[in-house]
Design a protein around this ligand. Structure first.
Ligand code: NAP
Ligand code: GDP
Length: 318
């Protein structure tokens, strides 16, 4: 009997999916693995029949589940209900279909914004359900928390190895560079390029003081490969760079300005909301498993992302 892993990556056309693909291509395709990166064009995972048809076609032994309606602070504030309903439906379809098809392992992607708003720092994996998340992203956060509830249920009731990772703020090539819908770094990168081209001031939204632990999509991709192959727990694991790497939005903006070579005026729009002031997480669990993992320095990763944005005007999502 063949022991080849057939790995289905839902949401494979997005930022994180491309990070995994790049990490996999960098290390070279393994003969015992067959990868399928799919998008909403292959199957609308909101739809049960479409999800079933995808699993029947690919016949995965392993699933990395990334597909979701994803957005930054501003999209979350506007569409909390839609995001909760859509993502809950996608997650239920994917997990229940994976169970029906006897998938050996599912790794879903949660996010550090799901943690309680009122908390002690650093936050760790045991604190996911300790209190309400920040109000700005309650829909997204509760739909993600329910994946952890389902993973526990599938394990206790059916013995499944369905697990999850909790990723901090991701950025990199193939991100969504739409300022209203996307996350902070792609928003800043787009505005820096536009301001440089138009000779207009570069605007930082909010006070610039919130702090974030950014992770480069390629680093997250390398970690996903390890999780998919080696991680045996059902309980989630935080995938974030070390606590000391946390920077303010203003510091992130300065790195973007330097990478893009913008020389004009920099202003702040403090009428825009800040979201959580910080969500500092501990990566001690990850470090126990992988003490020597080296994260790409943020300055280098931002420069690479800006270079990719500048070189790919035809495929940039904005
Ligand atoms: P993204 O770039 O917006 O990609 C989203 C992916 O989901 C795309 O491949 C999209 O397909 C697919 N998708 C959306 N709706 C779908 C549907 N109804 N049916 C099938 N596929 C659908 O998002 P991302 O940043 O890579 O996020 C991937 C995962 O990581 C998400 O679960 C997200 O919550 C999690 N995460 C992200 C961050 C972050 O900072 N970005 C942080 C922590 C966790 P199309 O290309 O066809 O639209
Ligand atoms: P979060 O980390 O999940 O809150 O989400 P974001 O990646 O959307 O980061 C939000 C933080 O960056 C807030 O403090 C915003 O005020 C600030 N920010 C500055 N410019 C932007 C931008 O262009 N887009 C977004 N989403 N946030 C921005």
């Amino acid at each position: 009997m063949s022991s080849k892993k057939v790995i289905l990556v839902t949401g494979g056309s997005g930022l994180v999916g491309h990070g995994i693909k790049a990490a996999m291509e960098r290390e070279g395709q393994r003969s015992d693995e067959e990868w399928h990166f799919v998008s909403s064009k292959d199957a609308d995972l909101k739809n049960r029949a479409s999800t079933e048809a995808l699993f029947a076609k690919i016949k995965p032994t392993h699933v990395i589940h990334l597909a979701a309606l994803v957005g930054g602070l501003f999209r979350n504030l506007k569409y909390n209900l839609d995001i909760f309903r859509i993502n809950s439906r996608i997650n239920d379809n994917v997990l229940s279909t994976a169970h029906k098809h006897n998938v050996e392992k599912v790794v879903s992607c949660l996010s550090t914004c799901i943690f309680p708003d009122k908390t002690t720092y650093p936050i760790d994996e045991t604190m996911v359900h300790d209190g309400p998340p920040h109000d700005s992203s309650f829909g997204y956060s509760y739909s993600k928390r329910m994946i952890d509830v389902q993973n526990k249920g599938y394990h206790i009731q059916h013995g499944c190895t369905f697990t999850s990772v909790i990723a901090s703020n991701v950025f990199g090539p193939y991100d969504n560079f739409n300022c209203e819908n996307g996350h902070v770094l792609p928003g800043l990168i787009r505005r820096a390029f536009d301001s440089k081209a138009d000779g207009t001031p570069f605007v930082i939204w909010g006070t610039g003081s919130p702090r974030r632990q950014f992770i480069y999509s390629l680093d997250l991709g390398r970690l996903f490969l390890w999780i998919m192959r080696e991680y045996k727990e059902v309980e989630p694991i935080i995938l974030a760079a070390d606590e000391e790497s946390e920077i303010s939005i203003k510091e992130a903006a300065d790195l973007v300005i330097e990478a893009v070579g913008f020389k004009g005026e920099v202003i702040q729009d403090t009428s825009k909301p800040d979201g959580p002031l910080k969500k500092t997480t501990s990566n001690a669990k990850l470090r126990k498993y992988l003490p020597h993992f080296v994260f790409t320095p943020i300055k280098e990763a931002i420069k690479d992302t800006c270079d990719w944005y500048g070189a790919n005007p035809d495929i940039v999502r904005k």
